[in-house]
Design a protein around this ligand. Structure first.
Ligand code: ACO
Length: 426
């Protein structure tokens, strides 16, 4: 199949690539060469595919999300986070033996160099945990300097195991620093998710019993966040990695990209917004009006999505899970009622309906994190922990396919050539 572009009296035949879900894309990679300079422009990449990928399928119109062909609903209901990590990275669900070996390898690497503690010490207690996690992930490079030979599966595997093992430690340390707790390595006898909880919450003078309700809720949240094809942070990971910067540097860049309130930082922003509405007396209509007012910068956080123009399937699962988790833990959170009220109003309001703005993954996740005892400014760190396997899988795919360095073009709209003026004559 071909597409034809006609410009300035000339026609250019361009190949059309069709994906396994019958999505078509015009391959414009040769257009500039063929036409002597014609390029396409698409700020924010709203209509541009950056790669072919076998990892995650997403249909925003129909609200479908699948990892390696498996629906998010089935995975969230049945799988463990580590199983999903294996699936995303290596392409198939692991056998019990493969999963056990994978986890054993992770446990072997679940320590970080003691000198990393000095770096953590340098941060003020008030530092945002996302900044701390991004910096510490980058600092890991100094302690693991050998570069990955991507032609060696063994080298690749070792790097992947190291980051899967050490990243949760860094996330937990960022919290412990913030809460003034001594640093902890958790317990290798526990499951991956259970150990994350212990590393975060164990008090120095008290045993920590993992609550199965809490562990199961966190397991589900991590799975729901594990990949989402070419979003802002994943594209960042791929593009940084495309310069052959290492895996840890690429992941650190991904953490920074995720931090922004238009991306992963929205989960923190949602709770802050719901709290502000509560403090203000709970008048959701007032905030709905602000969100619709073009002269007001306020947006309804947790609403809208670049790709989903229908319900975000993750938000559906999380909303149900929020009710279950709060019920099981016996928690009543007034912001859950405010969230449900806002959602109901938005879904009936023509502004949101016309623009196809639905709740996204971040709308209810913060309410669960809060019920699990996770402080608000750690919410985006939890998102990063969940997204880690997706970032790794996308980085690995990009490196194995030997993709070229990511380097977009531009349309220059600045000054034409002009002569330099001496400073005394300006
Ligand atoms: N509240 C009010 N209006 C909104 C919202 C919102 N949350 N989201 C989009 N709109 C409006 C825009 O003002 C725009 O209106 P217009 O056509 O009249 O100008 C229209 O809907 C389209 O919005 P864009 O910003 O052009 O859509 P885009 O795809 O660029 O942005 C984004 C998507 C960033 C997610 C946006 O919906 C948003 O800011 N949402 C709030 C932040 C958020 O929840 N982010 C998390 C996303 S999920 C994730 O990254 C994990």
């Amino acid at each position: 199949m071909n597409a034809t572009i006609e410009f300035d009296g000339k026609k250019y035949e361009l190949p059309v690539i069709t994906g396994s879900e019958k999505e078509n894309a015009i391959d414009i990679s040769k257009l500039r060469g063929q036409s002597g300079g014609l390029i396409t422009i698409d700020p924010g990449f709203k209509n541009t595919g950056s790669c072919e990928s076998k990892i995650t399928f997403l249909n925003g119109e129909e609200g479908i999300l699948r990892y390696r062909g498996y629906s998010i609903e089935e995975l969230a209901a049945n799988a463990s986070f580590l199983e999903v990590a294996y699936l995303l990275i290596f392409g198939e669900l692991p056998t019990q033996n493969e999963l056990d070996n994978f986890f054993d390898d992770i446990k072997e690497e679940s320590h970080v160099d003691e000198e990393m503690k000095k770096i953590l010490d340098g941060f003020p207690k008030s530092a945002h945990p996302m900044g701390v996690v991004s910096s510490l992930t980058n600092a890991l490079i100094a302690f693991n300097p050998s570069s990955v030979n991507v032609d060696s599966e063994e080298d690749m595997y070792k790097a992947i195991i190291k980051i899967l093992a050490k990243f949760p430690v860094l996330c937990a340390w960022a919290l412990r620093k913030r809460t003034g707790q001594p640093l902890d390595y958790g317990d290798n006898d526990l499951g991956y998710v259970e150990n994350v909880l212990k590393m975060m919450f164990k008090k120095p003078n008290k045993d920590y019993e993992v609550d199965p309700v809490v562990a199961s809720a966190l397991n589900k949240l991590l799975i729901l966040h594990a990949d989402h094809e070419q979003n802002c942070s994943t594209s960042t990971v791929r593009i940084v990695g495309s310069s052959h910067a290492g895996l840890f540097a690429s992941i650190s860049a991904g953490v920074s990209a995720l931090w922004g309130p238009l991306h992963g930082g929205a989960n923190q922003a949602v709770i802050e917004m719901l709290e502000a509405i509560k403090e203000d007396g709970g008048d959701t209509k007032k905030f709905m009006a602000k969100a619709k007012d073009k002269n007001d910068p306020f947006r309804l956080m947790g609403f809208g999505h670049r790709v989903y123009k229908n319900f975000d399937p993750r938000a559906k699962i999380i909303k149900k899970s929020a009710d279950e988790v709060l019920g099981n833990l016996g928690i009543q959170d007034p912001v859950l009622d405010i969230a449900k009220g806002l959602e109901k109003e938005a879904l009936e309001d023509s502004y949101f309906v016309d623009r196809k703005l639905y709740p996204n993954v971040d709308f209810y996740s913060g309410i669960i994190y809060r019920a699990l005892g996770i402080p608000t400014d750690m919410f985006t760190v939890m998102f990063a922990l969940g997204r880690l396997p997706g970032w790794i899988a996308q980085w690995r795919e990009m490196r194995l396919k030997k993709e070229p360095i990511g380097r977009p073009r531009q349309v220059y709209t600045g000054e034409n050539h002009r002569a330099y003026t001496n400073i005394n004559n300006r």
